[in-house]
Design a protein around this ligand. Structure first.
Ligand code: PLP
Length: 389
């Protein structure tokens, strides 16, 4: 066992080498006078709520940027996931396959549909779902009935797979899509963290039937709170927009609603902030990729720690920089977190596995031993775009 007691000190000095002195949060947004003037313009227009010029412009920018035919902007990433699952016809009692390593929103959105999250393993190459393990697992537990996939053990339909592009790094979408086709499962990407990340040159979120983004304050582009669903299907886009707008049938003065919809549309005020942020997105990504290179040379000297880098065939936005401890130094994680916090460097462990959270104790899962080991060795380190001038 490597009992390098100096490891926490070495980590602090590697981070300091890159970020300099002072306190640093994990990730803070970057604003200038442009955000102030666009938000002011929105206020002056009096159109601050769920329709208006900036919402249309923001949706258009997102569709153009990602290459999706349609984008529907909503109040946050969680509601975007909920809507996407809803229009994918995830119904009460269905199962939805999601990685055990994710933010709770991925699982909660499934629960909002009265469906059941079914947790699957992630891999070290992408930090996303391990497609080979998933395929073997589904072969062992599933059967097709009238060309729909059923879990033979629980007797429930498996309707969708929601891979998540962890910390901005694209999952192995090609293989995941193959598995989905084989089992007739809908692929919906949780691309909340991966705006700007590509898989084989295609934008994450556009490879599945739908893709979901978040524009929360800690994401690479923020609208304050916000989210969106992108899709190439006109029919799905129409449903998404209709459901997110309380199911209101468009009419100049009448209020008629033909389904029980949701009040999920993104307010114009938030979209104004997003439009300003969009002009800087390329710069944010360049900063984060440069930050990765600087951390890489700083961490090269430290035994037992690897800075996570993008996988083959992918281009990552490097939203959150990530160090991974070798098994031999895994027991030092908390001392590293302790020491970095003490000196004002905000670092964070990976999320508690969703399968270990109280609301999800009783849900189905495959063997998660690798995910458990990997997650216990992850630390995110300061990643703000402004760290690179
Ligand atoms: C941020 C995030 C979401 C959505 O979060 P909101 O705060 O609702 O915008 C969903 N999934 C993952 C993995 C996220 O990181």
């Amino acid at each position: 066992m490597n009992s390098n007691d100096n490891l926490p000190t070495e980590v602090v000095s590697a981070i300091r080498q890159v970020v300099g002195n002072g306190k640093h949060t994990l990730h803070q947004p970057s604003f200038s006078s442009l955000e102030v003037s666009m938000v002011s313009e929105c206020i002056e227009s009096t159109f601050v709520s769920s329709s208006g010029y900036f919402v249309d412009k923001f949706e258009k920018s997102l569709a153009e940027y990602t290459g999706a035919n349609f984008a529907v902007a909503v109040v946050n990433g969680t509601s975007a996931l909920h809507l996407a699952l809803n229009v994918a016809e995830v119904s009460a009692g269905d199962e939805v396959l999601i990685p055990a390593l994710s933010f709770i929103a991925t699982a909660n959105a499934v629960s909002y549909c009265n469906a059941i999250p079914h947790f699957v393993e992630v891999e070290s190459e992408t930090l996303g779902i391990d497609a080979d393990k998933l395929e073997r697992y589904l072969v062992s537990i599933c059967e097709l009935r009238d060309s729909e996939c059923f879990n033979r053990i629980t007797n429930r339909r498996i309707r969708a797979l929601v891979p998540m592009h962890t910390f901005g790094h694209p999952s192995n979408l090609e293989r995941l899509l193959e598995v989905c086709k084989q089992f007739n499962i809908v692929l919906i990407e949780d691309a909340a963290e991966s705006l700007g990340s590509l898989y084989k040159g295609k934008h994450t979120g556009t490879i599945g039937t739908m893709g979901v983004f978040s524009f929360n304050g800690n994401k690479i582009l923020t609208t304050g709170g916000g989210g969106a669903v992108v899709t190439d299907s006109q029919e799905l886009a129409r449903k998404l927009k209709h459901l997110s707008t309380t199911g209101k049938v468009s009419h100049k003065w009448e209020f008629n609603h033909d389904v029980i919809g949701f009040n999920y549309r993104m307010p114009n005020l938030n979209a104004a902030l997003g439009c300003a942020q969009f002009t800087k997105l390329t710069k944010f990504i360049e900063s984060k990729r440069e930050l990765y290179l600087r951390y890489k040379s700083a961490f090269l000297q430290i035994d037992g720690i690897t800075l996570f880098g993008e996988a083959k065939d992918t281009y990552s936005n490097y939203w959150l920089q990530t160090i991974i401890l070798d098994e031999s130094v895994a027991h030092q994680r908390d001392s590293i977190l302790q020491q970095t916090h003490e000196v004002g460097l905000m670092c964070r462990p990976a999320w508690t596995l969703l399968s270990d959270l109280e609301p999800y104790f009783e849900t189905p899962r495959m063997d998660l031993s690798f995910t458990r080991s990997l997650a216990s060795r992850i630390i995110n380190i300061p990643s703000s775009p402004d760290l690179i001038g």
